[in-house]
Design a protein around this ligand. Structure first.
Ligand code: PEP
Length: 242
């Protein structure tokens, strides 16, 4: 049985005051069976830790440095995330790939360093609209995942994959459950080639309370990575309930 996972990616939003309301509301949630994680910006990890410790809700970061320490201005290391008891980290979000030129090799290296230090990486993959229209969705996903799968079965078994079609992120355009399922089934097939078919694959891209249930009814969709809707406690908790 693959445990459901709902993860909120706050991106570069929030402040101490608004986070306090959001975290307190989420902290009161009693998720029955799903694992629930919130990923605030780095400066607010201590705040998340303080509000969410001793609740079933976990917290994580939105990125991680490739390096353990040193002259890497602006970077945040895995050890620093450990200091704030993060258990999760998003790697390879399409916004990192697009605005920070992260390659799939970099993403795989980030996943590896996270796992070496006890964090669970959520590796994001997804095609552009033009790539979908050219019929290249599956080959793009395979290429993005290739360096990750090359890390080996034992490593891959410990991570989570998020399928996030770039055209659906923050656009209000959600992949239909059937479109998402097709890609999730393909990813599971790639995973099964190395004996890692039990890895969780979550969907991301304009997930809302009103479309979550249909997405979650698909056999290979194990939860969601939620952006915009994660900033509204009621909406986020409705997704968790779904
Ligand atoms: C995301 O940022 O990972 C995301 C899926 O955003 P949204 O839910 O806003 O589309």
């Amino acid at each position: 049985m693959r445990q459901r996972l709902v993860m909120g990616n706050w991106k570069m939003n929030g402040n101490l005051r608004s986070n306090s309301d959001l975290l307190s509301a989420i902290a009161r949630a009693e998720p029955e069976s799903a694992q629930v994680v919130v990923c605030p910006p780095f400066p607010y990890l201590a705040q998340a830790q303080s509000v969410l410790s001793n609740t079933p809700i976990q917290w994580g970061a939105q990125d991680i440095s490739l390096y353990e320490k040193g002259a890497y201005t602006g970077e945040v290391s895995v050890g620093m995330l450990n200091d704030f008891a993060c258990q999760w980290v998003i790697v390879g979000h399409s916004e990192r790939r697009a605005y920070h030129a992260e390659t799939s090799d970099t993403v795989a290296a980030k996943a590896k360093i996270a796992l070496q230090h006890g964090l669970t990486p959520v590796v994001c993959v997804g095609e552009l609209l033009s790539e979908r229209e050219e019929g290249r969705t599956l080959s793009v996903i395979e290429a993005q995942l290739s360096p990750v799968l090359a890390l080996g079965t034992e490593v891959v078994k410990a991570l989570v994959i998020a399928y996030e079609p770039v055209w659906a992120i923050g656009t209000g355009l959600t992949a239909t459950p059937e479109q998402a399922q097709e890609v999730h089934a393909f990813i599971r097939q790639l995973l099964s080639r190395i004996g890692a078919e039990q890895v969780r694959i979550v969907y991301g891209g304009s997930v809302k309370a009103n479309n979550a249930s249909r997405l979650f009814s698909m056999p290979d969709i194990d939860g969601a990575l939620v952006g915009g809707a994660a900033l509204d406690a009621k909406e986020f908790l409705a997704i968790v309930a779904a």
